[in-house]
Design a protein around this ligand. Structure first.
Ligand code: GLN
Length: 537
């Protein structure tokens, strides 16, 4: 175990969806802005080994890291706030913990002992907590425990936290408990009882929280703070108010005002004379809140009734919008709503269209119709992953006049312009065939992508099974759909662009995963710029 890294655990009480991820990311931002090295880890108490196979309707987007881990969308917030890359080690589920323990047991590593939740499962959890600390790369490890205190599923994690606190002593590990103070309109009062109960629940598990972060719709009056401090055994200045924010990017500043970072440093006995340097962050917020222009972008996808399914895309537009001093209004459009007769009406007043990623969709024809419309009407278009594949199919059908499709949808299509590669076909276990994580891409000079990136070799993250079929490359390029980004190792097409169009770019990878507050993604920045141009004409 690391002697220098400090551990901060974030637990949640009363209800789920209080925004533990945002509070953890905001605290990390404040510590980082003071010059510390920080990473965040999330423990998810479900049995799935990773969120890769979870339905986005239930769980929101699956966030892919550089090393190809399919993780919880909270990791996206960590990267967007910190501009620090996460890995598999940053997201651990109950399923993974049990899988590791059972694998060890099968190998005979427990020497015939009875394998139990305590100590074997809790030891495996602790091993994963210390893994990041032992790397020597970080001053602080912030570990978010998914779910609510008192859930059956999170018990082993809470027990592991208790043990870590006990093992390391008071100045090396602390617990921040995030809770809700409901406002009762009839009584005109914020209520502390649910918080008292959830702290009691933690105490029963042997954990005294060091800091309470209280989500509420109203400011916390002093008498409420005092009451919480007294009943929950926390210092008065460790009762932190977390009011609903206008944007999640305000939260680090709110936490700064409430001195969350100072409380953490003093509890962990870490001296810091420097004030957090939040200049760049404030400039971003200033631009975000004072836009000079406005555009409307349509996102055409399948899971549009749950925007969390496209969280990183929506956030990438927030970053790119601020960079352009432009408010980006997003209009979510279900691909099933789009057909030949409706497309002009549905896309009326839209300045740019993004066709979203997806898997095995019924709405594919709607996506293709939307692309035909924006291609013909010269409306800026950005296709991501399945969105790029759709623009290739559309081009093959309507420009090359081929009876074409992707084999994902029609395995018997005459012209499989998007197809699975031979090596991938051999791997049959579901999930095993995906191209995941970061790959190199060589970008052609003179292309829109090159203009955006300003570089010839870039790295972007992937999560897909199907690829552009190079058999059709020449034919496509001759007719105007150019492959402007190629994977130099495998020769796979990564970017396509249409000639003679103001901005028509399809990418096989997921650029949204690399957009952060301080480094907005260049393709999103250029796409918003193109949408603005389009609006002006
Ligand atoms: N379903 C497509 C594939 O597997 C695209 C995946 C995606 O959009 N992430 O290749």
């Amino acid at each position: 175990m690391s002697s220098t890294a400090k551990y901060i655990f974030v637990t949640g009480g009363v209800t789920s969806s209080l925004g533990k991820g945002i509070i953890a990311a905001s605290l990390a931002k404040l510590l980082q802005a003071r010059g510390f090295k920080v990473t965040i880890q999330k423990f998810d108490p479900y049995i799935n080994i990773d969120p890769g196979t979870l339905n986005p309707y239930e769980h929101g987007e699956c966030y892919v890291t550089e090393d190809g881990a399919e993780t919880d969308l909270d990791l996206g917030h960590y990267e967007r706030f910190l501009s620090v890359k996460t890995t598999q080690a940053n997201n651990i589920t109950t399923g993974r913990i049990y899988n590791n323990v059972i694998t060890k047991e099968r190998k005979g590593e427990y020497l015939g002992k009875t394998v139990q939740v305590v100590p074997h499962i809790t030891d495996e959890i602790k091993r994963n907590i210390f893994l990041l600390g032992e790397s020597g790369e970080y001053d602080f490890i912030i570990t978010e425990i998914g779910g609510c205190v008192g859930d059956i599923e999170s018990l082993p994690f809470i027990e592991a936290v208790r043990q870590v606190k006990w093992d390391l002593g008071p100045n090396s590990a602390i617990v921040i408990h995030l809770t809700l103070l409901p406002y009762l309109n009839a009584a005109k009062e914020l209520k502390t009882k649910p918080t008292q109960h959830s702290v009691k629940e933690l105490l029963e598990a042997g954990i005294q929280p060091d800091i309470l972060v209280c989500r509420s719709e109203k400011p916390l009056p002093m008498d409420i703070r005092k009451k919480l401090a007294l009943f929950c055994n926390v210092h008065l200045n460790s009762v932190i108010e977390a009011m609903d924010a206008e944007t999640i990017y305000d939260v680090p500043l709110h936490m700064r005002k409430e001195k969350l970072d100072e409380r953490v440093l003093s509890k962990l006995k870490v001296p810091s004379k420097e004030e957090p340097d939040l200049e760049q962050w404030k400039i971003f917020l200033g631009r975000l809140k004072n836009p000079l222009n406005e555009v409307t972008i349509a996102i055409v996808g399948k899971y549009v009734s749950l925007p969390d399914a496209y969280k990183s895309i929506a956030e990438a537009f927030v970053h790119a919008g601020a960079q352009n001093d432009c408010k980006v209004n997003i209009k979510w459009i279900s691909s099933e709503e789009i057909y030949k007769e409706s497309v002009a009406h549905v896309l009326q007043g839209i300045d740019g269209v993004l066709v979203a990623p997806g898997f095995g969709e019924r709405g594919l024809e709607g996506k293709i119709e939307a692309i035909r419309y924006v291609r013909e009407n010269k409306i800026p278009f950005f296709g991501i992953c399945l969105g790029m594949q759709c623009c290739v199919v559309e081009f093959a059908r309507h420009v090359l006049g081929l009876e074409a499709s992707t084999t994902e949808l029609n395995p018997k299509t005459k012209n499989p312009v998007i197809d699975m590669m031979e090596e991938q076909k051999k791997i049959t276990i579901k999930g095993g065939t995906m191209r995941l994580g970061s790959y190199n891409c060589k970008v052609k000079k003179g292309s829109k992508a090159h203009h955006a990136y300003g570089e010839s070799i870039i790295q972007e993250r992937h999560r897909h099974r199907y690829e552009f079929n190079n058999k059709y490359l020449e034919q496509m390029e001759d007719s105007g759909l150019k492959a402007t980004g190629i994977n130099p190792e495998s020769n796979l097409v990564e970017i396509v662009e249409l000639k003679d169009h103001p901005w028509f770019v399809g990418v096989q990878y997921h650029p949204e995963l690399k957009s952060t507050v301080l480094n907005p993604h260049p393709l999103f920045v250029r796409f918003v710029e193109a949408a603005l141009e389009n609006k002006r004409i």
